[in-house]
Design a protein around this ligand. Structure first.
Ligand SMILES: *[C@@H]1O[C@H](CO)[C@@H](O)[C@H](O)[C@H]1NC(C)=O
Ligand SMILES: *[C@@H]1O[C@H](CO)[C@@H](O)[C@H](O)[C@H]1NC(C)=O
Ligand SMILES: *[C@@H]1O[C@H](CO)[C@@H](O)[C@H](O)[C@H]1NC(C)=O
Ligand SMILES: *[C@@H]1O[C@H](CO)[C@@H](O)[C@H](O)[C@H]1NC(C)=O
Length: 798
């Protein structure tokens, strides 16, 4: 009951509908439209799971190989190779534990034998056509090796080379620490920690033909206790000499940059062809620069709320390989409240910051200021190339450039997100975001970015950003929230296969796989499919199914931008009405005077607003149920406290979503007055003798039994017990006949009916009423701005 009472919302009268409605709508804005629990996901065949090995855990390192149709996963003491079609089907595993000697050393060093002294795989990168490169913590002694995977899928080779290399500068020692790595042209770029104590953090380049190179050691201006989340290569021009490596990490703010201890999110850049300096910065990066990534929302008190704990980044490619869109997930550092946000950044903004002023201070006790002096040439951070630099190698850089680069690794200006604010913020929930992947989806009215966001409680949020006119005005629609692990656990790895249309998820306890779309769950009607606003799905003339841009146009209905079933489905209205009957439950409920009753009505969509209408009889006019103490509207239905005889009548539960109104439930409530109930219960044995349910004994529980029994019958006039029982018999028979008739009808329309649904003669009239209402709505719709707030379009009184 806690949640039921907690979610009490105000009832509204005619005048209140807009005001309360819009407030309620705002509250609903962040709510997922559909919520699918773990059980739902499994039972509807929307989840395939690998529950993990008893002697393993930490399924955190993913490598997707769409060509070979495999997902390679690094975990504790094992590497797995899963079939992308079905991860539970035929997977291969290679045990790669730390040697007993290393485990003993690790234990003697005071580490936890089961949680730390194992080989946690941290690096899995494609090396050449036949091999991957893999590294693990090796019980606080990092190790690397080559993993043979074969050239083609058919080869089905999965074998670890016996030769083990030193993994220092590639994998961290401590499994708790993250490594972000990328192998390009035989060289491994890794942001990691390179010592047992976990103090020497650096960005390394190892392997390959060059001498290993790294960031300056023990200089907090370069890196200050960083945690790396991603490495990417982004070309700067059409000349590969200008290629840059970008690293995404969070770290402690530099002294004096911020009062107290604070975390900053960072983007760092390096030139791929950096070979280090000649006289100073030997075997150190000479082109390293970093800038702060801002993701914040302005507060009402003028103080911004900052999301600084960068968790993950995803690069969404665009037509121009030089300008991917950067999606980044952040959480707050605050102990007081949990908050998460997604911000997106453009490469134009990032490059502008790296070309802007360097952060400078004259000494430890000075403020950081933009450097105003003369910047040496070539400008530090420029790659040696013919395009921009006009020099051949970083070893040729003038000393003053290297000296300047060494003392000015940070840019003064931060990078602000596109639109200057997050595209998603979540602060009202008890979970946080951990991972993100984004899919570009072709829909009838354009291209959409669909985000899949992993959380620390084992759920995935599916969100679509819809332009409200321009790219700079995006509306986020939270389509689904799905639980993908059997217990709450942080999602730590995520890969999306466009080829398979599947999403793969890693956590401490296992690996899960789910499809990107489940169009059938939105419902069978055109309107339901349209309201879902899922770019993957369209109404195809018979059901909600996968949308294929290449298929024939005529029968498909989809409207992602507006989610407007009135324009999309109104010509199908009659058909839909028939379909609609499937969801319209029409029943009779009995209540006892002075007791309370609950009329259950919860729309499938959590985004829909429900409201209630009351009608004394079928011919009477309908009125909104007024807000008062006795009526309490909840997300599950309407609670009526202390029933009054005059509450008898018809209750209509309406769901309004995006300007579309549906009647979900029609209940006829009969209030039985207490005196009659007394008669019924204490009158005599006749009830038991003649009632059909006579095997039910008249125990002290009979009150309960009566209430149940009463709700099964139609309209007793209750003049006397005898008459009542007579009626029960008759109605039961009639009811059965009606039911049989209904079954025929249902078969006719190939519809499923819920067991307890009682169809009454008003159904037909009701359908006509709806048809008229629909016409009316269509009229109102014409000439109106389609972006008008939905509640203005909701009927205010009918
Ligand atoms: C995946 O494979 C398992 C085991 O063979 C099977 O039970 C399951 O139905 C398959 N799931 C799907 C979605 O193909
Ligand atoms: C873990 O258990 C599996 C069997 O479930 C076995 O094949 C594997 O060798 C074991 N791994 C280690 C590192 O002992
Ligand atoms: C890939 O690299 C591995 C490890 O160095 C080597 O044994 C193998 O021959 C290479 N394969 C190709 C096709 O170059
Ligand atoms: C029902 O409640 C009303 C108002 O509280 C009260 O006057 C009346 O006596 C109650 N009836 C019974 C039968 O308890």
């Amino acid at each position: 009951m806690g949640s039921l009472w907690g979610s009490i919302t105000l009832l509204f009268g005619v005048g209140l509908l807009r005001m309360e409605g819009s407030r309620a709508q705002q509250a609903k804005h962040n709510v997922p439209r559909l919520k699918l629990f773990y059980k739902d996901m499994l039972e509807s065949n929307n989840l395939v799971i690998f529950e993990g090995l008893a002697n393993s855990s930490s399924y955190h390192t993913f490598l997707l190989d769409e060509e070979k149709g495999r997902l390679v996963v690094g975990a504790k003491d094992h590497i797995f190779s899963f079939n992308l079609l079905n991860i539970s089907k035929d997977y291969a595993q290679i045990p790669w534990p730390a040697s007993p000697t290393r485990r003993d050393e690790c234990k003697w060093a005071g580490k936890d034998i089961s949680r730390e002294c194992s080989n946690f795989i941290k690096v899995l990168q494609p090396f050449n056509h036949t091999h991957l490169y893999a590294c693990g913590t090796g019980a606080f002694h990092p190790v690397c090796s080559y993993l043979e995977v074969g050239k083609k899928a058919e080869d089905s080779v999965f074998r670890l080379e016996p030769h083990i290399e030193n993994g220092r500068g590639k994998s961290p020692y401590d499994p708790k620490l993250l490594t972000a790595s990328m192998l390009i042209d035989g060289e491994l770029y890794a942001g990691t920690s390179a010592d047992f104590m976990g103090r020497d953090f650096a960005i390394f380049r190892t392997l390959g033909k060059h001498h290993p190179i790294r960031t300056e050691q023990h200089d907090s201006r370069w890196l200050n206790d960083p945690r790396f989340v991603g490495v990417h290569l982004i070309p700067e021009s059409d000349n590969p000499e200008d290629d840059k490596i970008y690293l995404f990490f969070r770290e402690n703010a530099i002294d004096g940059e911020h009062v107290g201890k604070a975390t900053h999110a960072r983007i760092g850049q390096l030139c791929k062809n950096d070979l280090g300096g000649h006289r100073s910065l030997v075997n150190k990066w000479t082109t390293f620069l970093k800038a702060r990534l801002i993701c914040s929302v302005p507060g009402s008190n003028g103080i911004d709320t900052h999301f600084d704990e960068l968790q993950d980044v995803f690069l969404m490619s665009t037509k121009d390989p030089k300008s991917p869109i950067i999606y980044a997930v952040f959480t707050t550092s605050s102990n007081i409240f949990k908050g998460s946000a997604v911000c997106i950044y453009s490469m134009t903004d990032i490059r502008r910051v790296f070309l802007g002023p360097y952060a400078h201070r004259d000494g430890p006790n000075y403020q950081w200021v933009p450097f105003q002096g003369r910047v040496p040439y070539p400008r530090p951070g420029t790659c040696p190339s013919k395009t921009f630099g006009g020099f051949d190698t970083t070893k040729d850089l003038p000393d003053e450039v290297v000296t300047f680069a060494r003392s000015h690794p940070a840019m003064f200006n931060p990078v602000y997100p596109i639109n200057n604010r997050p595209i998603i913020v979540k602060t009202d929930v008890d979970y946080q975001f951990t991972q993100i992947v984004v899919d570009k989806v072709e829909a009838e009215d354009g291209q959409y970015d669909v985000m899949f966001i992993g959380t620390d409680v084992g759920t995935i949020l599916k969100v679509v950003s819809i332009p409200r006119g321009s790219w700079h005005d995006l509306e986020e629609v939270l389509l689904e929230e799905m639980t993908v692990f059997r217990e709450p656990t942080a999602i730590t790895a995520m890969e999306l296969s466009t080829k398979q249309q599947q999403l793969y998820l890693g956590s401490d306890i296992g690996v899960s796989q789910m499809p990107l779309h489940r169009c059938e769950v939105y419902g069978k009607a055109c309107a339901e499919c349209c309201l879902a606003r899922d770019p993957y799905c369209a109404w195809d003339g018979t059901e909600c199914s996968r949308y294929f841009p290449m298929a024939k146009r005529r029968t498909r209905r989809q409207d992602i931008r507006n989610g407007d079933p009135l324009t999309q489905c109104s010509d199908l209205q009659h058909h839909d009405e028939l379909n609609g009957q499937m969801t319209l439950v029409d029943k009779t409920v009995y209540g006892v005077e002075n007791s309370s009753t609950f009329l259950e009505c919860s729309p499938k969509s959590q985004r829909a607003l429900t409201y209630w209408q009351f009608q004394r009889s079928t011919d009477d006019h309908k009125q909104e149920i007024k807000s008062e103490e006795r009526f309490i509207r909840t997300d599950q239905g309407l609670l009526i406290r202390s029933l009054n005889k005059k509450d008898s009548g018809i209750y209509l539960c309406q769901a309004v979503e995006h300007g579309f109104m549906q009647t979900l439930l029609k209940v006829t409530l009969e209030v039985i007055d207490t005196s009659r109930l007394e008669d019924l219960l204490h009158g005599d044995g006749e009830v038991a003798a003649s009632a059909p349910a006579q095997e039910v004994p008249l125990t002290p529980n009979h009150k309960l039994w009566y209430r149940d029994f009463l709700s099964l019958v139609n309209h007793p006039t209750l003049n006397s017990v005898d008459e009542f029982c007579e009626q029960v018999w008759k109605r039961e028979r009639k009811h059965r006949r009606q039911k049989a008739h209904v079954v025929q009808q249902v078969q006719l329309h190939q519809q499923q009916q819920q067991q307890k649904v009682v169809v009454n003669p008003h159904t037909h009239m009701h359908a006509q009423g709806l048809a008229a209402k629909w016409k009316h709505l269509q009229e109102r719709q014409k000439g109106r701005n389609r972006r008008t707030h939905e509640l203005e379009r909701a009927p205010r009184s009918v």
